[in-house]
Structures are given as C-alpha cells and as structure tokens.
Design a binder for this molecule. Structure first.
Ligand SMILES: Cc1cc2nc3c(=O)[nH]c(=O)nc-3n(C[C@H](O)[C@H](O)[C@H](O)COP(=O)(O)O)c2cc1C
Length: 204
C-alpha cells in the first residue's frame, strides 16, 4: 500500500496554499499519496471580510481523527508574531485524545512557511511547532539545505533548513517565486522518500 501524506495548511491569502500545491507535486513524484487539507477557521466571516481575505481554497477541512490515517504530515504555516497562527494551534490543541493513546507516535512531520518579511520568523515558527511533534512522539523531518537555491543570496528567497518558505510583503503583494516553488517541490519529494524508505524497512 502506498504511503499516505497529509499536507495540512492554514492560509488566509493563499501563499501557503500555492506552496502546498508544489509540495504535493513533489510528494507524488516520490510515489506517495498526497492530499491537501486545511485546518478549521476560527475567525468570523465578518472579520475575514474586513481583512480582505479571499475565499478559502477548495480543499477539505481536516478533523483530528483524520490524522490517524496518514503516515506523515507536512504542515504549511503562515507565521503570526514569529509562531504558528491560532487556527493551527487550536487544531493541534484538540489532539489531546490522540496524544493520550499514542495514536500519532512514530508518524513523520515536516513544516513549510510564509512570512511577510524575510526576517519575520520562519525558523522561530519551526522551533515553536516542534514541541507538538516531540510530545506526540512524531518524528520531525527537517529539510536541510537540500535545494541549492537556499544558498542563493542574490535575491529574496524564503525557506531554511526547517522547510520551504515564501516571503509575501506586508500587503501580500509578493507571490512565491519560481525558486521558492521549486524548493517546496524538493521538500515534498524528499519527505516522501524518507517515508517510503522507512516503510520499506519496517515492512509496513
Ligand atoms: C496577526 C498577524 C501577525 C503576523 N505576524 C508576522 C510575523 O511575525 N512575521 C512576518 O514576517 N509576518 C507576519 N504576518 C504576515 C503573515 O505571515 C502573512 O500574511 C502570511 O504568511 C501570508 O500567508 P497566506 O497568504 O498563506 O495567508 C502576520 C500577519 C498577521 C495577520
């Protein structure tokens, strides 16, 4: 049976969604099944309208029980004050039942990011998310510098050893660049390969 990876995102202005589509392509290229989900929204329609949020992407809303089905998760996280947004925190905070039964232990997780600023906290967002994985016994898979664009200082390029990333500008006007999209695809492919290797070794 093919390994299954859920890409779990929150996205208000679709930058994370655009990266998620590339991550999905990379996962599929590695031969694993990949599905995109979004976490439940916690803001009212009225507030979203005031924030000029476009309609949500057409992907299903995940429930905590869905997590049991997947071998791994790639979380797409748009940074808020250097850490994850409340929408993702609220979703993860609802996984206490899964934690108490150890249901997610031994599964894999990775992270990718979006920030307004180049120095807006993509790496601190990773650090502050990893605690959830540690408590669940989920194995965190860093990206490393697995795509050469991460060494390129000639232009703004989001992402780090902790995962792909994009830089949006404060008004959201910057879209993910070709290099950022390519990095996201590499991350999906590498993550898929890690899971496939593990499954082949464990005979599961
Ligand atoms: C309340 C709030 C806090 C934010 N905090 C940060 C931050 O700490 N650093 C940063 O670079 N961008 C910050 N941003 C910008 C978001 O990270 C940016 O809008 C998001 O990455 C866009 O992703 P999306 O298009 O997928 O929603 C913040 C945005 C909001 C609304």
């Amino acid at each position: 049976m093919a390994a299954k990876v859920y890409i779990i995102i929150y996205t208000m202005y679709h930058h994370i969604y655009k990266l998620a589509l590339e991550v999905q392509k990379g996962l599929e290229a590695s031969g694993v099944e990949a599905k995109i989900f979004q976490v439940p929204e916690t803001l009212s329609e009225e507030l979203l309208e005031k924030l000029h949020a476009p309609p949500k992407p057409d992907v299903p809303v995940i429930t905590v029980d869905d997590l049991k089905e997947a071998d791994g998760f790639l979380f797409g996280i748009p940074t808020r004050f250097g850490t994850m947004p409340a929408q993702i925190k609220s979703f993860l905070d609802a996984t206490g039942g899964l934690w108490s039964s150890g249901a997610l232990a031994g599964k894999f997780a990775g992270t990718f990011f979006s920030t307004a600023s180049q120095h807006g906290g993509q790496e601190t967002t990773a650090f502050t998310t990893v605690t959830y994985f540690a408590h669940h016994g989920i194995i965190y898979v860093p990206f490393g510098f697995a795509n050469a664009h991460l060494f390129d200082n000639s232009e703004v390029i989001g992402g780090s050893a902790y995962g792909a990333g994009t830089v949006t500008n404060g008004d959201g006007s910057r879209q993910p660049s070709e290099k950022e999209l390519e990095i996201a695809q590499t991350q999906g492919k590498n993550f898929g390969n890690v899971i496939k290797t593990y499954k082949a070794g464990s005979g599961n």
